[in-house]
Design a protein around this ligand. Sequence first.
Ligand code: HEM
Length: 352
Amino acid sequence: MKALGAWIEDRLGLGPVAAFLAKKEVPCHRHTILYYTGSSILLFLGIQIVTGVLLALYYQPTLAEANASVVRIMTEMPLGWLVRSVHSWSATFMIALVFAHLLGIAFTKAYRKPREATWLTGVLLLGSSLAFGFTGYLLPWDELSLAATKVGTNLPKALPVIGTWLTQVMRAGDDVTGDTITRFFIVHVSVLPLALLAILGVHIFLVQRHGMSAPLEAERDKIKLPWLPFWPNFLLREAGVWFVLLGVLLTVAVFLAPGVGPQADLMAPAPEGIKPEWYFLFMFQTLKLFPARILGLNGELIAMLVMMAGMAAVLFLPFIDDRPFERKGKVITGLAWAGLAYAIGMSIWSLM
Ligand code: HEM
């Protein structure tokens, strides 16, 4: 064993990494539970990659075959219905956890100096995760996925100068067609995974570089916190959380497997009451509330600009909230709660 260890060490030189992990510690306090969110996202990301590769063995991204190949996955591929169900539910769990991770970090202000870049890469990871959801939704090519993609890809059109071009790039033409399926598939299985893994590499590097943040009050009042060794104590606890999550995921996937509607018809009118996935509901409702014209201007454009301003505020939050210990920090926390209440309220409203 020793000789094997030395052989590996001579070739890979992993000694410093092992020494780093042996020394790594995690602070213990009432928000420690938040530290499990990041690793749980990694669990679901792994599941997405494995189940996604299995699905791609059977799926065919063309107008004639997209819907039929999903039906074949569910009826002919060994355990195909379960693989598809796990892929679909794990996507939901992963995005829910990305939101929980972001909110936990936002409300504990863990983005404060020196973790601004960690936050920036995190927002890019959120964007990539949502893009995975958006592109994946079209692939079964049924009535709902076609209608939702038409609405979603129509949004950029409201933007001046580049709007129409953006919509054409997303759709691979003027309308959503078979070419859109192929384009969305390529983005879903190659562009987004490469982008997400590259950004994730930087994110995890920065997390290791800075270590886990201590709570705001502990830093302000210079309170000494108890620390837990990462290896093996914290990692074993994380493994426990993973097993529970895996159990919940499999139970839900077995009992609530998603179906697939009849093949989309390009000539058919949009069905009544279409809704996007739950994570886009608040934007969908916001857009519905804006009138077609506001003071002679295009209402959709104004809605888009308001939402883009909201996204920019989230992206640059660590720089806006640059004095977290002072009054300004408290005002920003209040605004963040208001923003969260708005997003939840709008999502519920859109379902009524
Ligand atoms: C694919 C999505 C993501 C993955 C896999 C991921 C992974 C992780 C992991 C493993 C950690 C260390 C443990 C923990 O704090 O939970 C972490 C920390 C962190 N993440 Fe993420 N993350 C993701 C998305 C995000 C998002 C959306 C944000 C915010 C916009 C974000 C911001 C941060 C910050 C600031 C830390 C440091 C927290 C601290 O030091 O207390 N991450 N992330």
